[in-house]
Write a protein that binds this ligand. Structure first.
Ligand SMILES: O=P(O)(O)OC[C@H]1O[C@H](O)[C@H](O)[C@@H](O)[C@@H]1O
Length: 655
């Protein structure tokens, strides 16, 4: 990948980005530009129609005045017409300085910077704005400007306030006696805003008088794990942990997940932290932020914690295979990390275990996700790993989401282990170890999966609600009321095991799969990856399986000022009433969210999304015709609600 440098030569035309793109990968290309910077150099690349600029700063004392600091003459930047520019290392405060030099871009190009529209400037951000950042038990916001209609909400000061609030919350919970300082670890995925937010979060934590341990690129489960590891060499256990990630969302988003040794924080905790953050934010001034910048440096330590986490994974597989050093010798396993944080799995886990990993792809972190979205629920992503398995004639393919709390696999014939098939595979493995145990899953699992778990494997299927935290908490609850459960897993690829502290960990799910491969090979050297495919033999899968998402227009007058949740509930109630009088349908006897109904040999579930003003509809049926009949039944009920956008369902039933 070539990098361009902008040199301090005025008025030299910029070469066409278009022609540069043509010479490289069409989705991700870097360009050699020469031009126009008095005191700074710029490198960058164009990805997804965004020109991603990186400024290599020259010594500031050489600048005559601040506006020359990064002044660009872009009079010849026609090739950027209609494109966006995102800075990876410069706050918009600085880009405001250079804005006059860019005025001749007019409306052709929008300029944005890494973390924030207003960089490190304290701008008005009310309590209500903080509360909007809550996404279930996570915090999510826009961290990079440049996408139309998506203003930056997760600025550096906002992030700093949230981190300070989390540190205060941890202090309150842990009640330290003053003999030692508390410590909080910070990790991040591959997003382009990671560095800026890591710095802001570090400042917030240090401000609260807590030590900061930075791990750099890390996975979400590793961050939780750092609250459990006991090893002073790695400054563990930490008292709290922050993962900077927005999972599989687009490049401009980012967010936070928080942990203590009790697990991930719940919805009420997150609301509490956002409440506190809004108060802390009120006390911020430009001067106080400057002071906190200096204080942070002293409180920050860096630790290679991923080395601990990955060696634990390696040890787990060795142990399962009877303490063999290289239990995966002879297996060819390809990994697709989608340019997220999961690339470590090939080099740090599979290689030491003896597996061949050639053909693994997109292992290098790239926050623009130039190849595919790192998401095992995404069709393009699953196609990419399937292709890699087939092209490399591999025994197994493994794919992770951006922060590695979700995963899926592909067998040697290209059959996917995701959604119901992934749950079936893990259920088979866990039920061999714990006969009769209850498997807790999300609500969109199939009827075929219930039959498989209960009739073939002799376990119990507890179909609960959507949401990884809901599923895990329910499994923990069952154990406390005397019902043994060892696995909580979602069709999304989230999964947690009792034996692994109920840690929501996509990498550990794959370790369980590898354990099966390794132990089967240890007892019979001829065993190949077919052993995994055989485990899901007998799982009935519907010929048609679809999800359509019906949006609720929150500004529609039919909401009569009420919330989208109330409106959604009204839609569900109406559907339930209509269905109960129709002899073609039967309501699911046990159901924990939405309306789940059997009919025409299949089923549907309409429910409220966990986070969005959306009613997701899942349909599974033996044929397209039957699926359409189920869709039509839903459509006739929901059509009476004008604020509901049914176009996706209209399209489905008209096919
Ligand atoms: O309710 P939905 O909009 O379908 O979203 C549901 C999903 O939301 C998030 O991504 C959670 O991490 C998942 O655990 C959950 O399944």
């Amino acid at each position: 990948m070539s990098v361009f440098l902008v040199r301090s030569i005025r008025s030299r035309p910029l070469p066409s980005l278009g022609s540069a793109s043509a010479s490289g990968n069409s989705r991700s290309s870097s360009v050699e530009l020469s031009s126009l910077l008095p005191m700074a150099a710029i490198s960058g690349k164009t990805i997804q129609n965004v020109f991603l600029a990186h400024r290599c700063q020259r010594p500031r004392q050489n600048t005559r005045n601040p506006s020359e600091f990064c002044a660009l003459n872009v009079s010849n930047m026609h090739p950027l017409q209609g494109r966006r520019i995102a800075w990876t290392d410069m706050s918009t405060m600085q880009s405001h300085i250079l804005a006059p030099q860019w005025t001749n871009l007019g409306n052709r190009t929008s300029i944005s910077c890494n973390a924030t529209q207003c960089g490190n400037v304290v701008s008005s951000f009310e309590k209500v704005d903080f509360l909007k950042l809550q996404n279930g038990s996570d915090i999510r916001g826009v961290a990079v400007a440049g996408v139309e209609g998506e203003p930056v909400t997760l600025t550096e000061p906002v992030s700093e306030a949230i981190a300070a609030a989390f540190a205060a919350w941890v202090l309150e919970k842990k009640k330290p006696d003053g003999s030692k300082r508390l410590r909080i670890s910070i990790g991040h995925d591959s997003r382009i805003s990671a560095q800026k937010l890591q710095d802001a979060v570090s400042r917030g934590i240090a401000d609260a008088g807590v030590d900061v341990i930075q791990y750099g690129l890390a996975s979400t489960p590793a961050m939780f794990n750092s609250t459990l590891t006991v090893d002073e060499n790695f400054l563990c256990p930490v008292d709290g942990s922050v993962m900077i990630t927005a999972s599989h969302l687009p490049y401009n988003r980012n967010g936070f997940k928080f942990f203590t040794n009790d697990g991930g924080l719940g919805k009420a905790d997150i609301k509490n932290i956002l409440d506190r953050a809004s108060k802390i934010y009120e006390s911020f001034s430009d001067a106080s932020l400057k002071a906190s910048e200096q204080a942070a440096d002293a409180a920050v330590k860096k630790v290679d914690y991923m080395a601990v986490y990955t060696s634990d994974l390696v040890a787990a597989v060795r142990k399962a295979a009877g303490n063999i050093e290289k239990p995966l010798e002879g297996f060819h396993i390809v990994v697709d990390a989608g340019n997220g944080a999961g690339g470590f799995f090939a080099g740090k886990v599979l290689d030491p275990l003896g597996a061949v990993t050639t053909g693994s792809q997109f292992l290098e972190p790239d926050g623009m996700f130039p190849n595919h979205i790192p998401n095992p629920e995404d069709k393009t992503a699953m196609k990419a790993i399937t292709q890699a398995v087939l092209e490399n004639k591999a025994d197994l393919g493994i794919i992770f989401d951006t922060d590695v709390d979700r995963s899926a696999a592909v067998d040697s014939s290209g059959r996917e282990f995701n959604r119901n098939r992934l749950i079936a595979l893990l259920s088979a493995i866990v039920l061999e170890e714990h006969p009769g145990t209850t498997i807790v899953t999300d609500s969109v699992t199939s009827d075929g999966l219930t039959t498989f778990i209960e009739k073939k494997l002799g376990g119990k299927h507890h179909r609960f609600k959507r949401g990884y935290k809901n599923v895990i908490d329910e499994a923990i609850r069952l154990n406390t009321v005397g019902e043994e459960s060892h696995l909580a897993i979602e069709t999304s690829g989230h999964g947690a095991l009792k034996e692994n502290h109920w840690l929501d960990d996509g990498a550990y799910l794959m370790v369980k799969v590898l354990n099966k491969l390794a132990s089967a090979r240890a007892s019979n050297s001829k065993v190949g990856s077919q052993v995994l495919t055989d485990l899901v033999e007998g799982l009935e899968e519907a010929a048609v399986s679809v999800e359509v998402r019906l949006k609720i227009d929150q500004n529609h007058s039919d909401l009569k000022g009420g919330s989208f949740r109330d409106y959604g509930e009204a839609v569900l109630k109406h559907l339930e009433n209509k269905i109960s009088s129709d002899p073609m349908f039967k309501k699911a006897p046990k159901n924990y969210e939405g309306v789940r109904v059997s009919g025409y040999g299949g089923w549907f579930l309409l429910r409220l999304s966990l986070h969005d003003p959306v009613l997701p509809l899942n349909i599974e049926a033996p044929s397209n015709e039957d699926a359409v009949k189920l869709g039509l039944a839903v459509l006739s009920a929901v059509k009476e609600f004008p604020a509901l956008d049914t176009s996706a369902l209209d399209k489905f039933v008209q096919q």
